[in-house]
Design a protein around this ligand. Structure first.
Ligand SMILES: Cc1cc2nc3c(=O)[nH]c(=O)nc-3n(C[C@H](O)[C@H](O)[C@H](O)COP(=O)(O)OP(=O)(O)OC[C@H]3O[C@@H](n4cnc5c(N)ncnc54)[C@H](O)[C@@H]3O)c2cc1C
Ligand code: SF4
Ligand code: SF4
Ligand code: SF4
Length: 375
């Protein structure tokens, strides 16, 4: 195929889905539906498929916006002034929410939840695409338009364990937040924030580089650091859990920072090294080299921050403005440091860790996908 030739969904299928690198972000379905073509849908396993092949116009949009085809990579890199190894950033801080209701339910410091509530109440956004918990083990993307809905979506708390045989592929910690379309936005909201993994935010940035709907209404992106996602069926795999003497029903929350942390209902924390959770990763995630969410307005993770704090990379002017506003209104508070030197040490530590984990991910993708790891 020639360099400038338009690729259709058949090519996307061959290059991404067939090769096992589709991360189920839903971006291809979203553009095809939002542009009123409707040739695609997600199948019961979350992979894109034709609704009706006859509807396909072979316009190539689905191929171009896919985060794994890299068709518009150079354009996006240039828009975000990308630099190796973790993209452009103005600052890296460690912070936490001040609202006790947020602290209680958040994964780390609750910066994401606090910032979203702050932006909503200040009128900076009309709503936020977040991933809300349904039955404790399943999450679903929603457009949250109230403080309560944003709070409900915070953290990763488990409910009662369903029967192990029910904890199959459909229970995953990955949620396709990009699959929303104009149809999912009946209120015609014009300013949406999106919280997503790097593959999802890249899909949105690819759409924006091409100026195609529905990306025009996304005015703020919060990118999660992401080592990997997994299907709960694998996590609950008898060997994986039993060899660590954990009762699955005792798991209260889970988190990924320097390693994978299961907090039990007793309060005990079980730390599992990152290398060991490769066995439960989604195969596509092992071939992925996105980590620090290089194109988000702010990128967030627990990595490098103490308990109950979020590490925040401020990447864009908009990211800087929103964070400054939330700090000024005291929705968010910086990690305390006694001296300027101590602050510098914390900052340096966070940046080193983010670079280290980004490099680890590139190496892992090289190993599993046999790529040169370039981003
Ligand atoms: C799949 C996944 C992998 C991650 N991997 C890492 C990692 O390797 N290293 C690291 O340091 N941090 C990682 N994180 C980020 C970390 O777990 C926290 O989400 C982050 O530090 C923000 O904490 P917070 O307390 O500020 O967020 P909170 O205030 O608790 O808010 C979290 C927000 O994330 C949204 N959310 C939850 N799950 C998903 C999902 N699957 N897809 C999209 N949005 C979601 C929620 O709706 C909520 O709005 C990962 C997060 C996820 C979801
Ligand atoms: S119409 Fe365009 S976006 Fe939709 S499936 Fe065909 S090539 Fe992809
Ligand atoms: S756009 Fe997303 S869902 Fe579609 S093929 Fe690419 S990774 Fe998969
Ligand atoms: S590792 Fe994270 S960014 Fe990469 S495909 Fe999986 S969910 Fe997406």
């Amino acid at each position: 195929m020639k360099e400038n030739e338009i690729r259709s969904f058949d090519d996307l299928y061959k290059d991404v889905i067939d090769t096992g690198i589709c991360s189920k972000c839903g971006g291809c379905v979203s553009v095809c539906s939002a542009n009123m073509i409707g040739a695609l849908k997600l199948d019961e396993n979350g992979f894109p498929t034709y609704t009706d092949k006859e509807l396909c116009l072979a316009c190539g949009l689905c191929y171009m916006i896919c985060p794994h085809t890299h068709t518009v990579r150079e354009e996006v890199k240039s828009r975000f002034d990308w630099k190796a190894p973790i993209g452009h950033y103005d600052d890296v801080i460690s912070a936490r929410a001040t609202d006790p209701d947020v602290v209680e339910v958040a994964t780390d410091g609750g910066v994401v939840t606090s910032l979203l509530i702050h932006m909503l109440e200040a009128g900076h956004i009309d709503g936020a695409v977040v991933s809300t918990s349904l039955d404790g083990y399943t999450r679903q993307a929603i457009v949250a338009t109230s403080r309560e809905e944003i709070l409900q979506a915070a953290g990763s708390h488990f409910g009662e364990l369903p029967h192990l045989e029910e904890v199959g592929e459909k229970y995953a910690n990955y949620v396709s937040v990009v699959k929303f379309t104009c149809k999912d936005n009946p209120q015609k909201l014009k300013k949406l924030a999106v919280v997503g993994t790097p593959c999802q935010i890249t899909s949105i940035r690819n759409m924006q580089a091409l100026a195609i709907v529905p990306s025009d209404i996304i005015t703020f992106t919060i990118g999660l650091f992401c080592m990997q996602c997994f299907e709960m069926g694998n996590l609950m795999d008898k060997e994986f859990i039993k060899s660590r003497r954990i009762d699955p029903g005792e798991i209260a929350t889970m988190n990924i920072k320097e390693d994978f942390i299961l907090t039990l209902k007793s309060g005990l924390k079980v730390h599992i090294p990152m290398k060991e959770i490769e066995e439960i990763a989604r195969p596509a995630c092992l071939k992925c080299n996105y980590f620090a969410n290089d194109y988000a307005d702010i990128s967030v993770g627990g990595l490098g921050s103490p308990e109950k704090h979020t590490t925040v990379m401020i990447r864009t002017i908009r990211g800087r403005l929103m964070m400054a506003d939330a700090l000024a209104k005291k929705s968010i508070k910086l990690r305390e440091s006694r001296t300027a030197d101590e602050h510098r040490v914390y900052r340096h530590g966070m940046i080193s860790l983010i670079e280290e984990y980004a490099a680890r991910k590139v190496d892992r993708a090289r190993k599993y996908a046999d790529t040169d790891g370039s981003r």
